[in-house]
Write a protein that binds this ligand. Structure first.
Ligand code: PA5
Length: 446
């Protein structure tokens, strides 16, 4: 597999018999998942991968965008945007929008609909001036407020800029097969549409059109992404804990939780994986944080955060463990230059590769944190490429589902997300929420 789990440094923290005692629970969780008899079994569609026909349609539409667009706006929130964002920022040029126009090979990708930030939204609209813009609005329910408002703003801009007919050709909607306001609008306006499968929840949807279309429009091979996921799908089907690394990761998290750890810190040594960590946080936080249970998923980028949160990790309250995501070799290497004067005293590193130094930082940190009683498990990849990222996505999805069942929760629902929404609808004066509005306003005026 392109992803390998290394448990060598956790032997200090978990004894062999503790692993062994988990075998029956892992087997049971595996059967719930594979037989579709566990909680939330109606949402197991992510376990299978999209078919060739669907991939071809996505590629065709993405090719048109790559040819015609300077800017491609992805509108969505949570599971409807985090997956695409993770893959695009992991694999595309970090400074694509600042490249010389001749060096660009496709549109800049901007994300919107993830908040109500006025300045951000205004600045994004300003950046569209004079550009050829296409939009993909993504919402499974078709009614989520943040992307719906962002879409109304962008749609108005598009109609004003291109005229109504041309705007329609530049908008692609990804939503439910038949219901929701976005579907109704897409039908009325005649937008091209992609379907969010009924049996896949938002946070597991990156390998459906939700993630695949923006990823393809950004110029990434979705066939290779799926091939990586497909390999992982085969690798992680064995029910035996000793033969399944995704299950070992899930079991390790469960053991940590049983031992009183409250926080799992996903640390990476590659800033291009920052958005991947955001995707991971949603996957685990939304899947497990319920019924008063669950590890709190946090993330850090090293070595950056070693100069801030590093103090806490090394010496603060011992309620965390670390999952390190490490990429051994960068795609483009960079070497430390020679210097005639050696004024900075760094000549001992001249000719050394930056990623070799990153590896030493990783080893040094892992040993220091282990000495500081922070168990460190790590996931290694040879290279950050589309194939390994596809495998990593599937690894985490499979492990998350199993981990949720080990914890005894439904890993596929998110009832807690509704509370703020209901309050917000009431405070905004949406019809049907009058009673709650009065109650909330009284509390706010106390
Ligand atoms: O994982 C989830 O279910 C959520 O994060 C949703 O994806 C998010 O709330 C967006 O929902 P929708 O796609 O319906 O707009």
């Amino acid at each position: 597999s392109p992803v390998s789990l290394n448990l060598n440094y956790v032997a200090l923290f978990v004894a062999d018999h503790e692993w062994e005692q988990l075998h029956p629970a892992v087997s049971h969780a595996h059967h719930l998942l594979h037989a579709g008899t566990g909680k939330g079994a109606g949402l197991l569609g992510w376990m299978d991968l999209p078919d060739k026909e669907e991939i071809s349609r996505i590629e065709k539409s993405a090719a048109r965008i790559r040819k015609d667009a300077d800017v491609f706006i992805v509108i969505g929130i949570g599971g409807s945007s985090l997956g695409a964002k993770a893959v695009i920022s992991g694999l595309c040029h970090a400074f694509h929008s600042s490249l010389h126009p001749q060096k660009k090979n496709g549109p800049d990708v901007f994300f919107l609909g993830e908040h109500f930030g006025s300045d951000y939204t205004n600045e994004l609209l300003e950046a569209l001036e004079g550009k050829s813009v296409y939009v993909n609005v993504i919402s499974k329910s078709g009614t989520t407020t943040e992307p719906a408002i962002a879409f109304r703003i962008v749609k108005t801009w598009m109609e004003h800029t291109y005229g109504e007919e041309e705007a329609k050709k530049r908008i692609i909607a990804t939503t439910d097969r038949e219901k929701g306001a976005l579907k109704t609008m897409a039908n009325a306006e005649g937008y091209e549409t992609f379907v969010v499968p009924d049996d896949v929840g938002g946070r597991y949807s990156v390998l459906t059109p939700v993630g695949l279309f923006p990823i393809a429009a950004a110029g990434i091979s979705i066939r290779d992404l799926i091939a990586g996921a497909e390999e992982a799908r085969r690798d992680y089907t064995d029910e035996r804990l000793s033969h399944n690394q995704a299950y070992q990761y899930a079991a390790f998290r469960n053991l940590m939780y049983q031992k009183g750890k409250q926080i799992e810190l996903l640390s990476t040594y590659e800033p291009k994986l920052t958005d991947f960590s955001e995707w991971w946080k949603q996957l685990y936080g939304e899947s497990e944080g319920k019924d008063g249970k669950g590890l709190f998923p946090a993330s850090a980028v090293f070595t950056t955060d070693l100069h801030s949160m590093g103090q806490y990790i090394q010496d603060g309250r011992r309620h965390l463990f670390e999952t390190v995501l490490f990429v051994r070799k960068s795609r483009n290497e960079i070497q430390i230059p020679q210097s005639a004067s050696d004024e900075d005293g760094l000549d001992f590193l001249a000719g050394e590769r930056l990623d070799a130094i990153n590896q030493k930082a990783f080893q040094a940190t892992m040993l220091a944190h282990t000495d500081g009683a922070v168990p460190n498990v790590f996931l290694e990849m040879n290279e950050l490429n589309v194939f390994s990222l596809g495998a990593l996505i599937y690894f985490f999805e499979k492990a998350c589902a199993l981990s949720g069942y080990l914890l005894g929760v439904n890993p596929f629902d998110q009832p807690g997300v509704e509370s703020y929404k209901q309050n917000m609808y009431a405070l905004l004066g949406k019809s049907g929420h009058e009673q709650r509005r009065t109650e909330l306003e009284e509390r706010l005026n106390e």
